[in-house]
Design a protein. Structure first.
Length: 497
């Protein structure tokens, strides 16, 4: 019996040693292949990673070309969802292979034009021309005029609008009042066209003595344009002035014959001579962390006190001075290339107050800021010097808030205009008619301008309304759209403005 046990144990040991030998031989063959010649154009090499060995690397097939997809187990157990994903994957593959234009692009990318896998070749002129011929399947556009900002010319009984949707300046009679059932009111004059140097017009001013019209563009065209008051159509401006990028607010200091402009991106106020033109530079610059400006928009001058009021949305970063003067001007704002990394932040919206001749990195005299103020994207501001009041259009709050010119800190407004009766919707412009004691509001969200008594409060009914579209038409709220995305779950397009 003992002999049988010993024989069984010896037999088991022999089998175990044979198995070890086979496994060792197999591993050697595999590793020798990995270090050997390329297979199917792919070099296989063994790499040691810690105590583990990477034996070989094989690229996956190009996504969407073989109809196969890899999904989580929870998705794989859902037959309906799997069927939907497989169908979408198949359609994607068909689109990629069936399009002659895509085939041409693929051929161009795989050619010898200096392209690599990470830097595809530039499409040929023929391919680009083919793309240029494509017609859109659909277009989302607001054909109506969008009143961005306005100014009242009481001496000539007119109101002038800077209009953003269609790149124009519109002039109406001050007493225009669109009937409730009318589609819109046509302007008396319109400046519009390729010759006008108008794009995304956001700020307007009228010279009291001459009636000349001054207009600034925001993000897309760095020119301020000036026209004779009777100009209309596709006409060249009388003169134009090169301005910093992203100017928004415009006001004049008539006493000193100067123009003051807010610059959103650079958190600054630049001052030019009123008669400046072409490439003339600023005469003064207010910029720096002490100013507490943060994405400034509106600006107003109080001629009685010599103060300026600036509305700030609240986004800000700090900048490092230095480098050659921009555009050859020592007083040009420090640009975004001088951003200090890590200094970007969001501040609460505010109104900052300075002397009108303030320059450099000067702290404000007062700041209106805090939750009680009701400020919410404060976009435009106007001063009533006789009443000692400032009026602010709050875009996203659908309000006009009124403060004392002496207010400071976290103070509540003395009056608020808001409500369906007022028709105030996404207001981006406010203006005061000091002769007729009227408050004008430009409503970007409802294709309208509304007129109120200067002391209006609550939810007042407008005295007059000028509309560029039907009262029941909603505005798509497209304003200088930058990027978009498609939400496949809700079948919606998301647009950032």
């Amino acid at each position: 019996m003992a002999h049988v046990v010993r024989a069984w144990r010896a037999s088991r040991m022999i089998r175990f040693l044979v198995l070890i030998a086979v496994l060792g031989t197999t591993a050697q063959v595999i590793l020798s292949r990995g270090a050997g010649p390329a297979q199917d154009g792919i070099s296989r090499k063994t790499k040691i990673i810690g105590s583990e060995r990477l034996v070989s690397v094989e690229p996956l097939a190009e996504a969407g070309t073989d109809g196969q997809i890899c999904v989580p187990e929870s998705v794989a157990n859902n037959p309906a969802l799997m069927a939907s994903l497989q169908q979408e994957n198949l359609l994607s593959a068909q689109r990629q292979t069936a399009s002659p234009l895509m085939a041409a692009v693929r051929q161009q990318q795989s050619g010898s034009g200096g392209a690599t896998a990470s830097t595809p070749a530039r499409p040929s002129d023929a391919v680009r021309q083919e793309v240029a011929k494509r017609r859109p399947a659909s277009t989302v556009r607001d054909p109506r005029n969008a009143f961005a900002s306005l100014v009242v010319d009481a001496a000539r009984n007119e109101v002038i609008f800077a209009e953003e949707n269609n790149f124009s300046v519109l002039v109406y009679d001050r007493m225009e009042n669109t009937p409730p059932r009318a589609a819109l009111s046509e302007p008396k004059r319109r400046i519009q066209g390729e010759n006008t140097y108008l794009e995304y017009a956001c700020g307007v001013y009228v010279d009291p003595p001459t009636g000349d019209v001054y207009v600034i563009n925001n993000d897309t065209l760095n020119w301020m344009t000036v026209w004779d008051r009777n100009a209309k159509g596709n006409v060249k401006p009388t003169r134009k002035l090169h301005t910093p990028m992203a100017t928004f607010g415009l006001v004049a200091d008539e006493e000193n014959q100067e123009l003051l402009l807010t610059v959103q991106d650079d958190h600054a106020v630049v001052t030019f001579k009123k008669n400046a033109k072409d490439l003339e530079g600023p005469v003064r610059l207010l910029q720096g962390p002490k100013t507490r400006m943060a994405d400034p928009h509106g600006i107003a001058v109080d001629p009685k006190t010599g103060l300026i009021y600036v509305t700030n949305w609240g986004t800000v970063n700090e900048r490092e001075p230095g480098g050659p003067p921009r555009f050859g001007h020592a007083l040009w704002p420090i640009g975004r290339n001088n951003n200090i990394p890590g200094t970007g932040r969001f501040e609460p919206p505010s109104i900052t107050v300075y002397r009108k001749d303030a320059s450099g990195d000067t702290a404000p005299l007062r700041v209106i800021q805090g939750p009680r103020t009701g400020l919410d994207w404060p976009t435009s501001i106007a001063v009533h010097p006789d009443r000692g009041e400032i009026f602010v259009a709050n875009d996203t709050a659908d309000t006009v808030t009124v403060y004392r010119t002496t207010d400071n800190g976290n103070v509540a407004p003395i009056r608020v205009l808001k409500g369906p009766g007022s028709m105030i919707k996404n207001p981006t412009g406010v203006a005061l008619d000091l002769v007729n004691n009227e408050l004008w509001v430009a409503n970007f969200g409802s294709h309208s301008a509304t007129v109120f008594p200067v002391d209006a409060a609550g939810d007042p009914t407008p005295k007059r309304v000028i509309r560029s579209g039907r009262s029941d038409e909603g505005a798509p709220m497209l304003g200088n759209p930058h990027t978009l995305a498609y939400d496949s779950k809700r079948d919606e397009i998301l647009v950032s403005n």
